[in-house]
Design a protein around this ligand. Structure first.
Ligand code: ZN
Length: 258
C-alpha cells in the first residue's frame, strides 16, 4: 500500500480516487543527487584499453516495495512484500524477453531502505521507473505520479524533490500504463502521491499499486474476481505493464532528460 493525496489536476473527472491509508514509512535523508557523475573520471591513458561501450539499452527500474523487515500491508495469504516481489519478477522477465535492460531494487525478501532504493534507481539512468505496491482495498490498478509541481531541470537537484523535473513525463508514462491496462480490461485509478521513493527519482516514475480484480458482476460482490494472490491475475497485470513500456519505448518518450 502507499500513501496518496487527492490531487487530480491532470486526471479526467471520470476517475475516482481511493482513500488510501498511509502505510509506507519511508524516510529520505538529506542529500544532493548529481545529474552527471561518471564521465571523465578515468585517466586518458586507460581510454585506449577500455572495451567499447555497450550499446545504449532502454532501461527500466522496477522497485518491489517493502521487503525483509518491512512487510507492507497484511492481506491475503502473504504480506504485501511477497506480492510486490512476485509482480516485480514477472515484469522483469517480460521486459528482459523484450530486449529491455532492467534494474531492480531487490530480488529477494531483503530489507532495502528508501535511500538505497533511490540510489539504485537514480544511478541506473533509466527511461522509466516503476515502483510496485499491492493493496487489498479498491479494484484494479492504481497509478500514482508524484504530487510535486513540475519544475525546470537543474544541474543539481535537491534529492527530495528531484522528481519535479520529470513530473510531466511521469504523467505521460502513467497515461501509457493507463491505456495498456484498460486495453487489457483492467480497471485503472489515477492519483498523485507524496511518496519519498517517487519524489526523489530522476526518471519518469509511476507507483503502480495492484488491487484485486474488478468483479465482472459487481452485484455478486467480489466472488468472481481474482485476488492479488491469483497468479493468472498477476500475470495479466504484468503483461499489460510490459505492453505499456513497449509502447513507451516505441514512442520515443523514454529519453531520460526532461
Ligand atoms: Zn505498499
Amino acid at each position: 500500500m502507499l500513501s496518496g493525496i487527492p490531487i487530480s489536476r491532470l486526471i479526467p473527472p471520470a476517475y475516482t480516487y481511493p482513500l488510501l491509508r498511509s502505510m509506507d514509512a519511508m524516510r529520505v535523508g538529506a542529500g544532493i543527487a548529481f545529474l552527471a557523475l561518471s564521465a571523465a573520471v578515468l585517466p586518458s591513458t586507460l581510454d585506449a584499453q577500455a572495451p567499447p561501450a555497450p550499446a545504449a539499452r532502454f532501461l527500466v527500474v522496477i522497485d518491489a516495495a517493502h521487503g525483509g523487515e518491512d512487510l507492507g500491508g497484511r492481506f491475503g495469504n502473504q504480506p504485501e512484500k511477497a506480492y510486490t516481489l512476485s509482480l516485480s519478477v514477472r515484469l522483469r522477465s517480460l521486459l528482459t524477453a523484450r530486449g529491455f535492460g532492467v534494474v531492480t531494487t531487490r530480488e529477494s525478501d531483503a530489507t532495502v531502505n528508501a535511500d538505497r532504493r533511490i540510489e539504485i534507481a537514480n544511478r541506473a539512468n533509466a527511461q522509466a521507473c516503476i515502483s510496485v505496491h499491492a493493496a487489498e482495498s479498491g479494484t484494479g490498478v492504481h497509478l500514482f505520479v508524484s504530487s510535486l509541481p513540475p519544475a525546470e531541470a537543474a544541474r543539481f537537484h535537491p534529492w527530495q524533490t528531484a522528481q519535479s523535473a520529470f513530473v510531466m513525463r511521469s504523467n505521460a508514462l502513467a497515461g501509457e500504463l493507463n491505456a495498456a491496462l484498460k486495453n487489457s480490461g483492467i480497471t485503472v485509478t489515477l492519483g498523485r502521491t507524496a511518496l519519498p521513493m517517487i519524489d526523489s527519482l530522476m526518471c519518469p516514475a509511476v507507483a503502480v499499486e495492484v488491487a484485486p480484480e474488478q468483479p465482472a458482476n459487481p452485484d455478486e460482490g467480489a466472488q468472481d474476481a481474482a485476488g492479488i494472490d491469483d497468479p493468472s491475475y498477476q500475470a495479466h497485470v504484468a503483461e499489460a505493464l510490459a505492453a505499456a513500456l513497449v509502447e513507451w519505448r516505441a514512442d520515443g518518450m523514454g529519453g531520460r532528460r526532461p
